[in-house]
Design a protein around this ligand. Structure first.
Ligand code: NAG
Ligand code: NAG
Ligand code: NAG
Ligand code: NAG
Ligand code: NAG
Ligand code: NAG
Ligand code: NAG
Ligand code: NAG
Length: 750
């Protein structure tokens, strides 16, 4: 089938080449010139008269640069046009360059692939099952999720007791392979795999064959399921943060990743369909805002009152790893909850150790023979890799069979290797500090190499018949919240003076719904399927935050996306300090949704403020005009953005230019009173040595609700000492009832 398509394509190319050569005689320079690649041509806001001619206009633009009608038609992949203007086409680099210069074009960029940022959590952040709710309004909220699709047939998406979708809903339920349809909980589902020349992928439908999208959407808005667990592990009540809300799935991720063009299509449709929130647990390297599909999509969502929440990435603890940093996005880091999944291992000498893992298997014997990768090495093996780490191909099948194998270090997948050789289990010693519990395909536990691993190895080496048994995973109390080690950190590289991530939410060992088309570990060698799974990632934190936002909206339907985000940020609980990057890892701290209902003051950001911010960032007036659909827009005619960051953000951040810079910054802020009409807020500042923080004025007297008052925050200080990387201060506005907290972070390059 696909061979036939390839043949036809080649034939087509052959047919087209002569015409093509004819039009562009100068281009006969190398055969790869004919390699057209998909590019996104982004054209900002929809034209004022929403014309059916938009697609025609895209063709005309293409024809003008390609110089051939037929080829222009062949090369166009998709036209956007429901929520913003633009198209995708296969282009040569010089054609992309030409299109960039067209008026009405904001940006042209190569299509790339993004990746996924792979029940107790709600109780932990102070939202018990019986929390006060506004179920009628909540049930009108629609959470859009861009992800791997959804497996509707799980208890978490049971729609018993849910009325019909909200009247304003314009979405659809697109049917297809293995997808069983929508209901009154999952009210819409679409899928996007736009590139006709991409690989053929299984399950062309909104069905989830990876589990990720099912997990994230149930975390956001899954129904309440009592007695949920993964093979008895993590037993409790599973539920989304807003169980009455509705879910709309936009499947934009496939086994090969999530392409820019598909993600933009997801945003284009979700916004037009009428979702209230969008959750995106996907990311890629930071890019200029208007060459970044998530930043573009979230911008148009924000213009229509829709808040987008994104995962910060799983590339921590390394600094400068944070993704999805546009100021109109709510960027979410991952924290631990107060429960850890631990796995007990007992040894023949009576000693016990506790490892981390999700081990669903109960032992069948009291003890199993134990060996190590080093001792089980295949001496006649010809494979690279280390036997002590149990790397693939380095072990002797006969020495593994029936035994538990201790692996020290290694490159991953040890459990699969040992399963293949008939081993009874594995203890994997890791060098990097780890806090997440991962599922193994055979009985398994992860331990720390230095504190635990070395002793296990000594026992194995010094004992005639070493033995061990790995028990099924249980849970233990854990001090929390901490930032998860994998959670990506700032400082960000795009708008250097905006602190990202914004806030944090639980993302470690989260139990939520799963797809029966995916095995628990995702490995085909695994044979376990369940409607729940326990997984970790900022991917899991992101839907917690969007649900918290939806919860706030169910009490304050008129608040803007920025106001809701501000409420969640200024009421967040600061994360415990575990290194010098506390706020650069967790922003304002862990969400506290119930407190966020009464923030006292809001740092709102309206459209004109984003616009002046973009002007300050140096975006060209013509581009901004296109972005907002105003032809005559000119930055020199808007009120200029002031201060270090030029935006009314609920946090304050500066990245100094170099090690010798003195600190001298001003932040201009306006707060809106949503507490009590008559109220007096006093500024309380905490600042470290070497940083002075002055708030002018330091008293705000409100005489009515919704009143705006402005102030400025002046930071001063000598160059930071060589050994310091960050200085952290806080500003808190207090009226005795509310505490409105903003971290202030100075970062110096090191
Ligand atoms: C439906 O799912 C099954 C099991 O994963 C798979 O083998 C089959 O190819 C899928 N059907 C389609 C049309 O993709
Ligand atoms: C090790 O764990 C086993 C199983 O829970 C228990 O019976 C035993 O008492 C423990 N041994 C020690 C030394 O704690
Ligand atoms: C050892 O490695 C060799 C070469 O890769 C392989 O042919 C052989 O089957 C291995 N032996 C065992 C017992 O696994
Ligand atoms: C155990 O024995 C293996 C193989 O002889 C050796 O590589 C390893 O260093 C020893 N480890 C300890 C802790 O004794
Ligand atoms: C914080 O930074 C200081 C100075 O660079 C360093 O000595 C200290 O170890 C750091 N703390 C942590 C927890 O990394
Ligand atoms: C803005 O960009 C457009 C299109 O790239 C260009 O024609 C124009 O000269 C730029 N304007 C300014 C003020 O730089
Ligand atoms: C914007 O206004 C300034 C000053 O009025 C003018 O010099 C400039 O040409 C205008 N730019 C555009 C793109 O209209
Ligand atoms: C460092 O910053 C200072 C003050 O901003 C500036 O004068 C100096 O040129 C900068 N040095 C380097 C090496 O960039």
């Amino acid at each position: 089938m696909s061979n036939t398509i390839k043949m036809l394509q080649n034939l087509l190319l052959l047919l087209l080449v002569p015409i093509f050569l004819h039009s562009f005689p100068i281009l006969i320079q190398g055969s790869n010139q004919y390699e057209r690649k998909p590019y996104i041509v982004y054209m900002g806001e929809l034209p004022a008269s929403r014309a059916h001619t938009m697609e025609q206009h895209h063709y005309n633009m293409l024809e003008a640069v390609i110089g051939n009608k037929q080829l222009a038609r062949e090369s166009k992949i998709h036209s956007y046009g429901k929520s913003f203007n633009g198209f995708v086409a296969r282009l040569l680099p010089h054609e992309a360059e030409k299109l960039k210069k067209e008026k009405n074009v904001v940006s042209v960029f190569r299509n790339t692939y993004n990746k996924l940022h792979t029940t107790r959590s709600w109780d932990f952040i102070g939202m018990p099952l019986k929390v006060r709710r506004n179920p009628n309004i909540e049930s009108h909220i629609i959470v859009g999720v861009l992800d791997t699709g959804i497996w509707v047939d799980c208890p978490s998406f049971n729609d018993e007791g849910y009325g019909p979708p909200p009247r304003r809903w314009k979405g659809k339920c697109v049917m297809g392979a293995n997808f069983t349809g929508c209901n009154n909980k999952v009210i819409g589902a679409k899928y996007f795999n736009l590139d006709p020349t991409g690989p053929t992928l299984p399950n062309p439908s909104p069905v989830d064959d990876q589990g990720h999208g099912t997990h994230t959407s149930s975390t956001a808005a899954g129904s309440v399921v009592r007695g949920a667990s993964l093979y008895g592990i993590g037993e409790g009540t599973a539920r989304g943060g807003v169980p009455s809300a509705r879910i709309a799935m936009y499947k934009v991720c496939w086994s090969i990743g999530c392409s820019d063009m598909d993600m933009l299509a997801g945003f284009d449709e979700a916004i037009a369909d009428g979702v209230n929130f969008i959750s995106v647990s996907i990311g890629g390297p930071s890019r200029d805002f208007f060459s970044d599909p998530i930043a573009i999509g979230a911008f148009h969502a924000m213009r229509r009152g829709v808040l987008t929440s994104c995962s910060a990435g799983n590339d921590g603890p390394r600094p400068m790893s944070v993704e999805n940093v546009a100021p109109w996005i709510m960027t979410v880091a991952a924290t631990t909850v107060d429960r850890q999944f631990t796995t007990l291992v007992s040894f023949g000498d009576g000693k016990n150790v506790t490892g981390l893992s999700i081990n669903t298997f109960s032992p069948e014997k009291n003890m199993y023979p134990l060996t190590s990768g080093s001792l089980a090495a295949n001496l006649s093996g010809d494979s690279y890799g280390s036997p002590s780490g149990c790397d693939y191909g380095t072990l002797d099948r006969d020495k593994v069979k029936g035994r538990i194998v201790y692996c020290s270090g290694g490159t991953g997948g040890q459990d699969l290797t040992i399963k293949e050789y008939g081993g009874a289990g594995t203890i994997i010693a890791l060098e990097d500090e780890a806090d997440a519990s991962y599922t193994t395909v055979i009985p398994g536990a992860f331990v720390d190499i230095d504190t635990v691993g070395k002793n296990i190895e000594t026992y194995i080496n010094s004992t005639k018949n070493p033995q061990a048994v790995i028990y099924k995973t249980g849970s233990t109390k854990f001090p929390a919240p901490y930032l998860a080690t994998f959670s990506s950190k700032g400082p960000q590289r795009i708008t250097r003076n905006i602190l990202k991530p914004d806030l944090a939410a639980p993302g470690l060992d989260i139990l939520a719904a799963y797809s029966k088309l995916a095995t628990l570990t995702g490995y085909p060698e695994d044979t376990r399927y369940d409607v729940f799974n326990i997984i970790s990632g900022t991917s899991m934190a992101c839907p917690h935050a969007i649900a918290a936002a939806a919860y706030v909206k169910s009490f304050h339907p008129d608040w803007t996306p920025a106001a809701i985000k501000s409420a969640l940020m200024t009421t967040a609980t600061p994360i415990k300090v575990n290194d010098n990057f506390t706020e650069l890892g967790s922003g304002s701290g862990q969400i506290s949704p119930v407190k966020a209902l009464h923030p006292g003051l809001l740092y709102d950001i309206r459209m004109d403020s984003y616009i002046s911010f973009l002007c300050m960032q140096g975006y060209n007036s013509t581009s901004i005009g296109t972005l907002i659909g105003s032809k005559s827009f000119n930055c020199s005619k808007v009120k200029p953005a002031l201060g270090t960051d030029g935006i009314n953000y609920p946090t304050m951040h500066v990245q100094l230019l170099n090690v010798t810079s003195r600190i001298s910054e001003v932040f201009y802020r306006t707060v809106t009173n949503v507490g009590y009409g008559n109220s007096i807020y006093k500024a309380k500042v905490t600042a470290p040595e070497g940083l002075s923080v002055e708030v002018i004025p330091d008293i705000l007297k409100f005489s009515r609700l919704h009143q705006d008052l402005s102030f400025k925050v002046v930071l001063k200080g000598p160059p930071m000492p060589a050994e310091k990387v960050t200085l952290s201060a806080t500003l808190e506005w207090n009226d005795f009832k509310h505490s409105v907290r903003s971290p202030i972070v100075v970062f110096k390059p090191f």
